[in-house]
Design a protein around this ligand. Structure first.
Ligand SMILES: NC(=O)c1ccc[n+]([C@@H]2O[C@H](COP(=O)([O-])OP(=O)(O)OC[C@H]3O[C@@H](n4cnc5c(N)ncnc54)[C@H](OP(=O)(O)O)[C@@H]3O)[C@@H](O)[C@H]2O)c1
Length: 254
């Protein structure tokens, strides 16, 4: 990747900041001199994060609660009249067991990953429009490149988000609001600690946060990492029968 860039002196709202990638990214962006308003459901984890690091303000929010949009916006406004960036990172993962399928899981996962992200954006939009150079960052996933085993719920929620942000980017050109989709590969977090399959090129949350902070400063339309995993998955996408029958099933076995 080209030269490292930093975001400095901005007000950034980051969802999913209590653990994993979001926590590491909150610490990284705050250490660069930004004010990070850190959200998740777990108030205690947010309070601890804010107590341990300067420039982090805790703000509990369950992103699936559409009825909380106005309240959370008012709470954000108590801290700042505007947001320079929002990083829509909060998410969850559940896997489908095809032999004993819980189809209600599809709705649960979509409620958080897809509709929760949109609820968060609805909170942020008026505050972003009050910034000189607003930026929306959506954390999606490299899992959308090819279909992974048991990922019917997670993968489709992320594929829906990818399209949503790509479409949003078109409509926000006239408002000069940039939209970046970040697609991580495998990152070691509480979410992936539950995985019982091989995770090639697994990296730490801190390394992921470093790469993401650099990409956020540069505002690309999309940032996929690690590059090696992206290109391998894209290449395998050209031979779908081999992926579906050989590679994808083999990744399910540790
Ligand atoms: N780890 C990976 O390999 C990987 C790869 C690609 C994409 N991603 C994406 O990266 C993002 C972060 O994942 P992670 O691996 O860091 O997972 P994680 O450690 O489980 O963190 C998820 C974060 O989202 C929050 N969250 C979950 N449900 C929420 C809700 N209803 N309302 C508000 N906050 C909620 C969690 O806090 P509370 O539980 O306190 O609410 C937590 O802060 C997710 O969108 C994930 O899909 C991860």
């Amino acid at each position: 990747m080209s030269a490292i860039q930093e975001v400095q002196g901005e007000v950034i709202w980051l969802t999913g900041a209590s653990t994993g990638i979001g926590r590491a990214l909150a610490i990284k962006l705050a250490s660069q001199g930004n004010t990070v308003i850190a959200s998740a459901r777990g108030q205690q984890a947010l309070n601890e994060l804010a107590a341990e690091h300067d420039n982090i303000i805790p703000l509990a929010f369950d992103i699936s609660r559409e009825d909380q949009i106005e309240t959370v916006r008012k709470q954000l406004l108590e801290h700042s009249g505007h947001l320079d960036r929002v990083v829509l990172n909060a998410g969850t993962c559940e896997y489908l067991d095809i032999d004993q399928p819980d189809w209600t899981m599809m709705q649960r996962v979509m409620t958080v990953n897809y509709f929760g992200t949109i609820n968060s954006l609805a909170v942020a939009m008026p505050l972003l429009e009050a910034s000189a150079r607003p930026h929306i960052v959506g954390v999606v996933s490299l899992s959308t490149v090819v279909p992974f085993s048991r990922a019917e719920a997670y993968g489709s929620s992320k594929a829906a988000l990818q399209y949503f942000f790509d479409s949003l980017r078109v409509d926000l050109v006239k408002k000069n609001i940039d939209v970046t989709v970040i697609n991580p590969g495998f990152v070691k977090t509480p979410l992936t600690d539950k995985n019982d399959f091989s995770m090639p090129f697994l990296m730490s949350s801190e390394e992921a946060a470093d790469r993401m902070a650099n990409a956020i400063a540069k505002r690309p339309a999309q940032f996929d990492f690690p590059g090696r995993l992206k290109w391998i998955l894209k290449a395998l996408g050209f031979i779908p029968a081999f992926w579906n029958k050989v590679i994808a099933p083999s990744l399910s076995v540790k």
